[in-house]
Design a protein around this ligand. Structure first.
Ligand SMILES: [Zn+2]
Length: 460
């Protein structure tokens, strides 16, 4: 199949853009990409699909997703992290059953696919959402994912005052050993679209011994690890008081640095922290909407990029963002650092598009197969409608994508050579049913927990 006539932003090592390009897909792979004239004459017998007026980019990679939070996106506005967690998010999530996990995952994946995300890193599934049901949704919907399972042995966040509800507490055996079991069952499943890794809770929820044990199990199997770190100032203070270390010094002390580790948020860092990240090739997932909404602060992305740290992008969760639209996230990533530094040259559009594509692939150690449109790579492709008024004239397609586009501009999405979205319609998910189920399940959870998601104004 030839995807013909679109402007193609390849994100290859030369960052080439073909103004009128074409791309040939055979099976799950890209077999040719280049100027349309050349490709059409080299492949005269291939089926041709006309994408004139469209923009083709690599599938977007969201490196921080809580699938279980899609269904409770209405639960908490205008709150800081600890109150948000302890009074709302944990209370609701502590009441989930496995069907809630499945329904929320389907809603989340529907939104991601429709807005151009083809691969995501699940930050950590708790035991009670059910790993297998969620993995089956990933398999059935056709998206690509690294699914992490929570690991913990202490039921608090950063301090003993912030205790986790009973429903979310897990022992070493439940958390660590279940992850290994799920790795054996699901890693490499769905034609290699699923990978399984570790998503340990933050320091305070995991003993140093368990972190070390988990790291050695991960390294023995080549599993990836992702963890929230240095999200709020209290995280930094807790590590200083408890271990006399900075966040990244602590991570290094338990083995949680390296190219197989994605550390998330990373707002409260000093120069030494940044130097360790650069030396060890540790990736950072930047989540500007979540950090803004929860008033956590701003990740020092310009300093991370200047030090050579691989920075990728993430939407985080339903109640902290409140969307899983990575195109929308790209705009804030490009804006927020300019606002706080008073320097319009920091974090340009090109850097942001790298974060959402090739840097994300590198963070997942999947850049040999995804993250750019190159011969031999997987056919994970997003088609954006650049003819819409909000993107026009769009003579600089990189600027149009980062500063003007949202997920609503996505026309079609392919993962592993298979169309999952065509002309805005999901092909593997019944959207109406997914929405109705999520609404019904969410109402039940709010009723069971006594949390009221209504607006502050009278609803008549
Ligand atoms: Zn998160």
């Amino acid at each position: 199949m030839i995807l013909d006539g679109a402007t193609i932003i390849t994100m290859d090592s030369g960052r080439r853009i073909f103004a009128r390009g074409a791309l040939v897909v055979r099976g799950d792979r890209i077999v040719a990409v280049g100027p349309a004239d050349e490709i059409l004459s080299a492949h005269p017998d291939e089926e041709r699909v006309d994408f004139s007026g469209r923009l083709i980019i690599p599938g977007l990679i969201d490196t921080h997703v809580h699938q279980a939070q899609a269904m409770i996106r209405d639960c908490a506005d205008d709150m800081a992290l600890v109150q948000w967690l302890c009074e709302r998010v944990w209370v609701l999530q502590g009441s989930y059953d496995h069907e809630d996990g499945v329904v929320s995952a389907r809603l989340c994946i529907a939104e991601m696919l429709k807005s151009g995300t083809t691969t995501f890193l699940e930050s950590g599934l708790a035991h009670r959402y059910g790993f297998e049901g969620v993995a089956q949704v990933v398999a059935d919907t056709g998206i690509r994912a690294c699914l992490s399972k929570k690991v913990m042995d202490i039921a608090t966040y950063a301090s003993e005052d912030n205790a986790m509800p009973l429903g979310l507490r897990e022992t070493r055996e439940e958390s660590l050993l279940t992850t290994l079991d799920m790795f054996d069952r699901w890693n490499g499943a769905a034609d290699g679209r699923i990978r399984v890794g570790f998503g340990p809770r933050t320091p305070g929820g995991v003993s140093p011994q368990l972190y070390r044990e988990m790291v050695s199990e991960a390294r023995a199997r080549g599993m990836g690890i992702t963890m929230h770190l240095a999200e709020v100032e209290a995280d930094r203070q807790f590590l200083r008081q408890t271990y006399q270390m900075s966040p990244v010094e602590f991570a290094r002390s338990v083995g949680l640095v390296g190219p197989d580790v994605v550390l998330v948020h990373m707002v409260w860092l000093d120069d030494q922290d940044i130097a360790i990240l650069a030396e060890t090739g540790t990736s950072v997932s930047h989540n500007p909407s979540s950090n803004s909404k929860l008033a956590s602060g701003v990740c020092p992305v310009p300093r991370l990029l200047a030090a050579g740290v691989n920075v990728a992008l993430g939407c985080d969760g339903g109640p902290s963002n409140n969307t899983y639209d990575l195109l929308a996230e790209m705009k804030l990533a490009a804006l927020v650092h300019k606002a706080v530094s008073l320097d319009p040259t920091v974090v340009p559009a090109e850097s942001v598009l790298e974060m959402a594509t090739i840097n994300g692939a590198r963070a997942l150690r999947w850049d040999h197969e995804i993250g750019s449109l190159e011969v031999g790579k997987k056919a994970d492709i997003v088609v954006v409608n650049r003819d819409r008024c909000g993107l026009s004239p769009g003579l600089n397609p990189v600027s149009a994508l980062v500063y003007s586009a949202t997920g609503a501009d996505v026309d079609s999405v392919m993962v592993d050579g298979r169309w999952l979205v065509r002309h805005g319609e999901l092909l593997t998910i019944d959207e109406e049913e997914a929405v109705a189920q999520a609404r019904e399940r969410a109402r039940r959870l709010y009723a069971a927990t006594g949390i009221d998601p209504s607006p502050r104004w009278p609803v008549l």
